[in-house]
Design a protein around this ligand. Structure first.
Ligand code: G3P
Length: 217
């Protein structure tokens, strides 16, 4: 499963990228707001840092304007994936932009039929938001499983990009069920390394080591 970082914080992305953990990046208007940066500048900086797809989201409501915005965003770097909302207008824009050979990430997906439409419109990625479904007591992991089954039934090449991933368990579950990609905030990715038995075991080893009186260096 590929790891994307859901952030527009360049220093956090850089730290994870230096560890080889970053296959791509996703941003959205809320994350651009949080970064305090200009969308064109910060997207260019992230694209130069990360080799994989970097999603940058359009904000226009109508297809024609989405297409114009998408072309401008795609002009920032070859690894920009234009992010479009899963609306009827977004699907129209997806068909045009993907037909031009551009990467498209269709976002705000909350149902398997929506995901089916995005695949038929040529999306490179579909982004089901699992955390926001969990907020409503709807199982987001079931949605990933349904989309996996449907895409595999018909050989759709659209990649399932599990989004709104908020917990270590979300990462585990989407990996188990076969998401192609997951995108998570840097703090969730860091938590994947944490286990209390690792900490306890290390403390014991270091305490015993001290008693040996030895040094390695
Ligand atoms: O990838 C989508 C993500 O940014 C939304 O996450 O936690 O705001 O639902 P969240």
């Amino acid at each position: 499963m590929k790891f994307f970082v859901d952030s527009a914080d360049v220093s956090a992305i850089r730290e994870l990228n230096d560890l080889g953990l970053v296959d791509g990046v996703t941003t959205n208007p809320s994350l651009i707001l949080k970064s305090g940066r200009d969308i064109m500048e910060v997207t260019a900086e992230i694209c130069a840092l990360v080799g994989g797809p970097v999603s940058a989201e359009v904000v226009a409501p109508q297809a024609d304007a989405m297409i114009a915005e998408g072309r401008k965003l795609a002009g920032i770097a070859p690894n920009v994936a234009v992010k479009l909302p899963l609306t009827w207008e977004g699907l129209k824009a997806c068909k045009v932009l993907s037909g031009e050979g551009r990467m498209v990430n269709v976002t705000l997906c909350f149902s398997a039929p929506q995901a089916l439409l995005a695949a038929k419109a040529g999306a490179s990625f579909i982004s089901p938001f699992i955390g926001r479904l969990d907020d409503l007591a709807i199982d987001g992991i079931d949605l990933i499983g349904d989309i996996r089954t449907i895409y595999d039934n018909y050989g759709f090449e659209t990649q399932i990009l599990a989004a709104s991933v908020r917990t270590v368990n979300h990462v585990l579950e989407v990996a188990r069920i076969g998401a192609d990609v997951m995108t998570a905030p840097p703090e969730v990715i860091r938590k994947l390394a944490v286990h209390p038995l690792t900490d306890a075991g290390l403390a014991q080893f270091l305490s015993d080591w001290e008693k040996t009186g030895q040094k390695i260096l």
